[in-house]
Design a protein around this ligand. Structure first.
Ligand code: PSU
Ligand code: MN
Length: 300
């Protein structure tokens, strides 16, 4: 089900930005989760684009969830599943509720002609993956789905160097927004350099358009958090150590890992990481709206 506003925008060739719901349901604590979702929609609108928040309710894919539908999806008693691309058909067939990850969201977006999405941090290669084999399906989804994803790099809980190598192998285009340093999610700079940067939304849109001529893979536009808004370096490193230890002692695996790590960051930093996460996601929604508008303008 695609809501009327998104249907009309797509038919008229206006710009639309897909927004995911895993961050709302499994990534951020209530009640700030719903506030962040609303702020993302407002940010997309301020750029002249139309937001399309995506999720699955009772086995129905909804593109452009209303506020009431989003509240329903985030209601803890409904136990919405975390849906990567491979889970979509199962959630539909078994009539479940589910929140979409980046992988799940771009699968839906691409199917209906939405070219741009925003998230906080892309999934990637987990630390210790030699033993766990844990690498986010966001990466392989990006390797086969022609969507531009605005993210503040990948979450700093991950093995960032390994993730950048996988993005290279998988043929995913990576560009920094006004930087050649790969962002570190809660931190402005992950310490890893990247080869390309774009200076504005017009350059980003032009690069994505040209990328599409030669490749069917996705495009990661890496937008760093403003340095004055980032998490303090020492606090970050201590929270990270605590989060990794927590996940290890709890023995969590699979799709539980990322939510547990983010929750421990929030506890350890007394909520500061949640504030940074909000800033990151809302800024990415705004930039995604601007890039989508530039992309649509060049199309018409
Ligand atoms: N960005 C955030 N918070 C999140 C996520 C991204 O700021 O919770 C979510 C996205 O939905 C992403 C998912 O696709 O984390 C990755 O989960 P996993 O590592 O299990 O693939
Ligand atoms: Mn995983």
């Amino acid at each position: 089900m695609v809501n009327d506003e998104v249907t009309t925008a797509l038919a008229e060739g206006r710009s639309v930005v897909a927004l995911e719901t895993t961050i709302v349901v499994h990534g951020l604590p209530a009640p700030i989760n719903i506030e962040v979702a609303e702020q993302c929609e407002t940010a997309v609108r301020s750029s002249g684009s139309v937001p399309a928040t995506i999720g699955v309710l009772d086995g129905r894919v909804v593109v452009g969830l209303s506020g009431a539908e989003l509240e329903q999806l985030a209601e803890p008693s409904r136990h919405a599943a975390k849906l990567s691309a491979r889970d979509l058909g199962l959630a539909i067939g078994t009539r479940r509720d589910g929140a979409t990850t980046v992988a799940g969201t771009i699968a839906v977006a691409h199917r209906i002609g939405i070219d741009v999405m925003a998230t906080g941090g892309l999934g990637g290669v987990h630390r210790g993956r030699a033993e766990s084999y844990d690498e986010s399906a966001d990466l392989t989804a990006m390797s086969r789905t022609s969507v531009l994803v605005v993210a503040s790099g990948v979450k700093s809980i991950l093995d960032i160097g390994a993730t950048l190598e996988r993005l290279d192998t998988l043929g995913v285009a990576v560009a920094g927004y006004r930087t050649r340093q790969f962002p570190g999610f809660y931190r402005t700079d992950s310490g890893f350099a990247i080869d390309w940067s774009v200076e504005d939304e017009v350059e980003a849109a032009a690069a994505f358009r040209a990328h599409r001529e030669f490749s069917s893979t996705g495009f990661l536009l890496a937008n760093p958090v403003a340095s004055e808004r980032q998490l303090d370096g020492t606090l970050h490193d201590q929270a990270l150590a605590s989060a990794l230890e927590k996940a290890r002692t709890l023995g969590v695996t699979g799709k539980e890992v990322t939510p547990v790590l983010l929750a421990e960051f929030a506890r350890f930093s007394a909520g500061v990481s949640v504030r940074v996460n909000r800033d990151v996601v809302v800024a990415n929604a705004l930039l995604a709206g601007q890039v989508a508008a530039a992309f649509a303008a060049a199309n018409s």
